[in-house]
Design a protein around this ligand. Sequence first.
Ligand SMILES: Nc1ncnc2c1ncn2[C@@H]1O[C@H](COP(=O)(O)OP(=O)(O)OP(=O)(O)O)[C@@H](O)[C@H]1O
Ligand SMILES: [Mg+2]
Length: 406
Amino acid sequence: MSSQDGKETSDPQREQELTIDQLVESDPGLALQHSSSRIPADSISVVESAACAQRPAQVELYAHIGVGTCGTVYHETGTTTVLKLAKSQEWGVQLWNDYIIHSEVIAAFEKHGSTINLRIPAVLHFTTRTDTAWWTPNLPLFPRETEATDVLASERIMPLPRTICDSLVNAYCSGDAARKTAARDDPANTACLARVYLGRRRRVRVKPQTCFSLRNFPLHVDQILDIGLDARPWAVGMGQTLAVMHWEVGCDARDVEFVLGCQGTLSAAELRRLPGKTSTRGTVVGFGRRGVDLWMLDFNQVRGMSMNEKGVDWAVHAFFENDPYFPRPYAEDSEEQELWTVFQEAYLEMAKHCTQIRTRPALAEMPQIFITKVIDEQQKRLRVIAEIQARPRSLDEYENGETGGG
Ligand SMILES: Nc1ncnc2c1ncn2[C@@H]1O[C@H](COP(=O)(O)OP(=O)(O)OP(=O)(O)O)[C@@H](O)[C@H]1O
Ligand SMILES: [Mg+2]
């Protein structure tokens, strides 16, 4: 644990950490490298959540941390649990699908996950809107909910450490110091995860940045490369994971998300470094100085994929419909092209070990067919873009639709 006894400056390791902290203050690349290089567990803080400690009975236990089309996401204060609340009864059906697929992905990762550089949050339980035993006491504890709905509980991916959040603000929030301070102090920005877009560069910003949010901060491939991060392990992790989704789970991975975040529970090695019998119940961990991991989340739109070429077409469609997490072929930049190379190699290698491919010789060529179809589709898309770019007025329209990173 980092010492709170006033001796920090005489501890050489602490001195070194402080120096690095100062360095990363305005440089997200260094901040991420620093976190990825795994700070020793003896610098972890395990602190009771202030909100949890000071909360009088019957105020908001659940803090809003995210929202999407299907659900609103709350953190259960002082725990590592999140609740995804269906936006309506109809979305409850998709939330049940989320639950099933999430559970299947976890089972598949139990088989293959030890070789994959990516984490999946644990899935916990489903509570129906008709479960009055749970809803009656819990409804008043939500800030924005007025009626019971279906709920999926899972493990929270903890936010990126404060040093990284501050660095992202310093580097990418446009405007004066007051605007940056407001962004840093915005309570909404404490739920900071970064989306890893290995398939898209930032585009030319034509309109001024109106709002700056650290929730799902889009980290584009050019930003990742500019700040000197090695994105290849993430490309490999995504390729392996997509192969497991297709050929172990048998699904199209539609609309899943890939984010950088921290783990909220302590590993055995980290626990060993804590003083004996440290209380870890009702605590928030991971806001301190911990390693950053790549995670996959959000399974409500994932659909089963038939094990044939039609299924592969479905998977190719999902690949391009999703936000641009996966690297793309035909990148002009050689480092980006390398990301595609390692992604597809990892995909093909992992597919060989998946049950459908191992046990059904007729499917042996399917993973390569998927990769070939992605390459062909990307070629088509680039051709269309080139045609648009050849028409100046259309290009203006094209750029005016862009937002740029952050
Ligand atoms: N386990 C989690 N840990 C931390 N944050 C989470 C978690 N699950 C969801 N979130 C946050 O909440 C947001 C919305 O959740 P999610 O994407 O699952 O909802 P959705 O309604 O399915 O969204 P979409 O419209 O993208 O399909 C996420 O983008 C993420 O920022
Ligand atoms: Mg979703």
